[in-house]
Design a protein around this ligand. Structure first.
Ligand code: FES
Length: 57
C-alpha cells in the first residue's frame, strides 16, 4: 500500500528501513532519496518508525 503519494513510497519500504534500525521519519525519507512534499504522509511515517500503530487522519 502506498504511504506517500507525492514520492510514490510504499509502507513496506518504510517498514524495511525500520527493520534496519531507522527510528526517525526524516532519515527514512532521506534514505529513500526524497523528502516530504505535501506532508500528509508524515504522521503515518512517524508512527511507523516509532513503532506505533498509525492513526487515521
Ligand atoms: S503524500 Fe507524502 S509528501 Fe505528500
Amino acid at each position: 500500500m502506498y504511504l506517500c503519494i507525492c514520492n510514490a513510497l510504499k509502507e513496506s519500504q518504510i517498514e524495511a528501513l525500520v527493520r534496519q534500525g531507522v527510528r526517525c521519519e526524516k532519515e527514512a525519507y532521506q534514505r529513500l532519496g526524497c523528502r516530504p512534499q505535501c506532508g500528509v504522509c508524515v504522521p503515518v511515517a512517524r508512527a511507523l518508525v516509532r513503532g506505533a500503530s498509525p492513526q487515521p487522519a
